[in-house]
Write a protein that binds this ligand. Structure first.
Ligand code: TMP
Length: 216
């Protein structure tokens, strides 16, 4: 049985994570891999409830509670979905994971990366992605893309530009510190080009014979 793999997708709001996640899951399945596509916060029932709560613009939630809620949602996702799937040799493609908490709560909310890393190590039991695809985009472009989605901004999307600039900077620092795990993709490209870059960034993890990318 092939080893399970955890691939995470990260980036600021509006970077195109969800679009890439759906296309990449299809592309990996076309290569014969069993791929489960999940998102954070969410993915399992209790974590989806926490998602609704933590994104609610009507609620007052302090930075520490926010960090703990994301970590709690993550802990349940790991126990209920990620650990069993990975143990069975499956691939999980995950839209956000611990790096989101490091960037948004550690840097954006100024809780500090070490404190946020510690509660997440407790929550996840130390589970680390095999690879992380970081969609890099100028925060102003992310903002503009969000604006065209037509949804009401959620509790985090209501933050100002400097919050998202801080987060983008934190992501870049994480990528620089862990270049083997974290691969940076230019999110300002067309979706097909971003997908091709993502497949190239995963090529060494793909089973033999399944690593080709069309380069489209
Ligand atoms: P999204 O799934 O639509 O990107 O929404 C998730 C929101 O929650 C997004 O604004 C980023 C934020 N978030 C955090 O602040 N910390 C986290 O750990 C995670 C997973 C998400």
């Amino acid at each position: 049985m092939t080893a399970g793999r955890l691939i995470t997708i990260e980036g600021i709001d509006g970077a195109g994570k969800t679009t890439l996640a759906v296309a990449l899951a299809d592309a990996l399945r076309a290569r014969g891999l069993a791929v489960e596509l999940l998102r954070e916060p969410g993915g399992v029932a209790a974590s989806e409830r926490i998602r609704t709560l933590v994104k609610d613009p009507a609620l007052r939630i302090g930075a520490r509670a926010e960090a703990l809620l994301y970590a709690a949602a993550r802990a349940q996702l790991v126990e209920e979905a990620l650990a069993p799937t990975l143990a069975a040799g499956g691939w999980v493609l995950l839209d956000r994971f611990v790096d989101s908490s490091l960037a948004y709560q550690g840097a954006g909310r100024a809780l500090g990366l070490d404190a946020v890393a510690a509660i997440n190590a407790f929550g996840t039991g130390g589970l680390t992605p095999d690879r992380t695809l970081l969609l890099s985009l100028d925060p102003a472009r992310g903002r503009a893309r969000q604006g065209t989605r037509g949804d009401e901004p959620d509790r985090l999307e209501q933050e100002d530009d400097s919050f998202f600039a801080t987060i983008a900077g934190a992501y870049a620092a994480i990528a620089a510190a862990e270049p083997e795990r974290v691969r940076v993709l230019d999110a300002d490209r067309a979706p097909a080009e971003v997908l091709a870059a993502a497949l190239r960034a995963l090529a060494d993890l793909l089973p033999p014979g399944g690593a080709s990318t069309s380069g489209r």
